[in-house]
Ligand binder design. Structure first.
Ligand code: T3D
Length: 259
């Protein structure tokens, strides 16, 4: 438990809120480790079937706290990447439940790339995205060099990462970086609505869909078809497949258990 990550559960949806608003929710070690703990809990707790990640106050997250990064008594840069951001990105991408980023304000540096690692991004019109790294002499980390070109294409990713331009929510939508944009007083209810919907769906099928999308980055078609075959067989043996097909044939609403 840490004051830097607020956690609340509503039904099957766990909401995690990055909470250092005075510092635009910039990451210090305690916050990074607390987020890792909460993501691990989201994986192991069967009652959690979707996650929302958001930020307290005006910003989503300004990335690494640069005071901590430059503190001679703070964690070394390599430790920050290896022990803080890489495990967060791995945890989001391997979490067998959907993660919705509800981006309330500016998302910069690692903050931007953590948002983009989520399964769906819902952004407030007040949100923006900045690959801030080049402005301080760093390379984009937190999986940004992997994720961003796949979302927006190589040319745009190069420009955004080299120039460090601020991308508005509307431009991010047009580029395919985010799924939906809504007014500042509406984006959270939209994110909650999507997360609630996801939490009531067949969780195993969503988990395997996510694994397939992850694998599609590396696999050729044959390998991908073989993986689809494997996971379809698994899902076809699930309770939720029985329920989904029975509900369809009986013309009623399915009640999925996530099993
Ligand atoms: O060791 C390593 O660093 C490796 C890890 C790398 C991962 C990374 O994430 S590197 C990238 C780090 N992030 C940045 O470079 C972004 C720095 N922040 C900004 O460029 C701007 O703050 C924003 C564009 C995000 C927002 O600008 P603006 O004008 O709306 O707000 P502001 O006034 O700059 O910031 C508001 C407060 O948040 C301010 O605090 P103060 O002065 O009122 O007490 C500011 O210092 C603080 N803040 C914002 N970002 C950070 C930060 N404090 C520490 N670290 C930050 N990254």
């Amino acid at each position: 438990m840490s004051e830097f990550i607020l956690s609340s559960q509503n039904g099957g949806v766990l909401k995690l809120t990055m909470n250092r608003p005075d510092k635009y929710n910039a990451f210090v070690r305690e916050m990074a480790l607390a987020l890792q703990d909460e993501l691990a809990r989201a994986q192991s707790d069967k009652s959690i079937r979707a996650v929302i990640l958001t930020g307290e106050g005006r910003a989503f997250c300004a990335g690494q706290d640069l005071a901590e990064a430059t503190d001679p008594n703070g964690p070394e840069l390599t430790k920050i990447v290896t022990e803080h951001y890489n495990p967060i990105i791995e945890a989001i991408r391997s979490l067998e439940k959907p993660v919705v980023a509800a981006v309330n304000g500016v998302a910069a540096g690692a903050g931007a790339n953590i948002a983009l690692a989520c399964d769906l991004v819902v952004a407030s019109e007040a949100a923006s995205f900045i690959q801030a790294f080049s402005k301080i002499g760093l390379i984009p980390d937190s999986g940004g060099t992997y994720t961003l070109p796949r979302l927006v294409g190589l040319q745009r990713a190069s420009a955004l990462m080299m120039l460090g331009d601020k991308v508005s929510a509307q431009d991010a939508l047009a580029m395919g970086m985010v799924y939906k944009v809504a007014a500042p007083d509406e984006y959270m209810s939209l994110a909650e609505q999507i997360a609630t919907q996801l939490s009531q769906m067949p969780t195993l099928a969503l988990a395997r869909t996510k694994a397939l999308l992850n694998a599609s980055y590396q696999n050729d078609l044959s390998a991908q078809l073989a993986l689809e075959d494997k996971y379809q067989t698994e899902c076809g043996q699930s309770y939720d497949y029985q329920e989904g097909t029975a509900a369809f044939l009986q013309k009623r609403k399915p009640e999925f258990k996530g099993e």
